[in-house]
Structure formats: C-alpha cells, structure tokens
Design a protein around this ligand. Structure first.
Ligand SMILES: [Zn+2]
Length: 147
C-alpha cells in the first residue's frame, strides 16, 4: 500500500493542527489517517472551500456518490470539491473517534478520544445528502447500516 503525504513538502496551513496522511481506506475510497499522536478534545484541522448557498450546494450534491459539501448555516454551504485540505477525505463511522463542528461558518474537526498514529480519523456525519440511501461500511458493532 502506498501512502502519500496529504500535502506536498510545503508546511501545512496554520488551521491544520496535526499531521495526517490521505490513504486508501477500508471504509470508503480514501480516508484520513493520523500521522502523529492526537490528544483527546484537541482541534485536528479544518476544511476550507468555496462558499456557496445551501440551494446551490443541494443542486451540486444531487446524484453525487462522494459528497464534499457541508452546510454551515441555514443559508451557506462550503463546497470542498476543489479544496486541498486533507480533512475533506474524512470518512463516516458510526463509532467515530472525532467530531465535526461548525464554528463561525468554519468546518472544524476535534478528537473525541486520543488517536494513535496510523488510526483512521472518522466522524459521525449525522444527516447527509444521501438521505439514508447509502450503505454504511464502517464496520462498527453499533453501525446503523446506512447514511
Ligand atoms: Zn456504520
């Protein structure tokens, strides 16, 4: 398996607080893996992207299998399709080790518990654009079965 650095040799942006790797995931496509120890409760990073309206976000999301659009308010959504932030590859798990928080219009990720190097970072997406039609493959004992 080839693992590549999430970002080229350039230093990560200030809002990416911990080193992570983007690599193939057993859950879906690519996932984000801790490249260093991440203590509980600390901010891991953010996804930044194009700011669009919620209506435009729903239009773009229609029919897509891998959705990178997050609604950050009742009016505004962030389309991270062209973002270079590694956190945009974060997969869903029903037993997540991190959480997504919308803070002042920003998409931020926080560790729910200590995350070891090499562990995949996952969040519970909650309600998604898939509206329960996508099968969940997270493998957690408490998996709800679909997204
Ligand atoms: Zn699941």
């Amino acid at each position: 398996m080839s693992r590549q650095r999430a970002s080229p040799a350039v230093e990560r942006p200030s809002y990416q607080k911990f080193d992570v790797l983007v690599a193939p995931s057993t859950i879906d496509g690519h996932g984000v893996f801790a490249a260093e120890y991440i203590p509980a409760r600390l901010k891991i990073g953010e996804i930044r992207g194009e700011s669009i309206t919620v209506a435009e976000g729903r239009r773009r999301a229609a029919g897509l299998q891998r959705i990178m659009i997050v609604e950050v308010s009742s009016r505004t959504a962030i389309d991270a399709s062209r973002s270079t932030d590694p956190m945009r590859f974060t997969n869903h798990s029903c037993q997540a080790n991190a959480r997504l928080a919308i803070i002042a219009g920003r998409i931020e990720f926080y560790a729910l518990r200590p995350i070891a190097p090499g562990e995949e970072i996952t969040v519970n997406y909650g309600v998604t654009h898939h509206e329960g039609k996508l099968r969940c493959r997270c493998g957690a004992p408490n998996c709800v079965g679909n997204l």
